[in-house]
Design a protein around this ligand. Sequence first.
Ligand code: S3P
Length: 181
Amino acid sequence: MIRPPTVEVDRVVLVGFMGSGKTTVGSELARLKGWDFLDMDHLIEERAGLSVAEIFRQRGEPSFRSEEARLALEVAALQRHVIAAGGGAFAMPDTRSALQGGAVTVWLECSLETVLARIGKGEGRPLAASRETIRKMFVERESAYRLADLAVDASPEPGEVARRIAAALEARGAWRPRPRG
Ligand code: S3P
């Protein structure tokens, strides 16, 4: 379901829980449409010269969140980009509103069981060490993810999810970049 007319956006931003497939679906979606792909976590890692796990360990989660919020403002200037946000980004109000401007936001919705299976032991994901924490965050974040413009079932294989998103956006004319004023 897409809420009010989504037309002429500069970016498609994929949000959703860890393991929902934002990176794989996002790069496939970008490939399908000939847009550029940007993974926010990867860019944060590249700039810091540290993995997300190391950033959490050495600098703490608040430092990661402020980097994420800064990057969300920065990517708001990009055109013709598909962007994969980290799983916590859309749950942070300032980061969320930066991601929403001029973009169509897409929630990759999947079940807790799917997420748990895909995350496995949570290697490289500092907030996924305990299944109990995952369960709690999964419930807490749902209301934030629901604020996305479009929700898609993220349980099929990534190529299929990307095709479904492309078709839904195509139907709304959302792929046309916004005319510059
Ligand atoms: C996080 C999800 C991770 C990464 C960081 C925090 C979260 O991204 O941003 O470990 O708070 O859910 P993925 O959703 O790509 O795993």
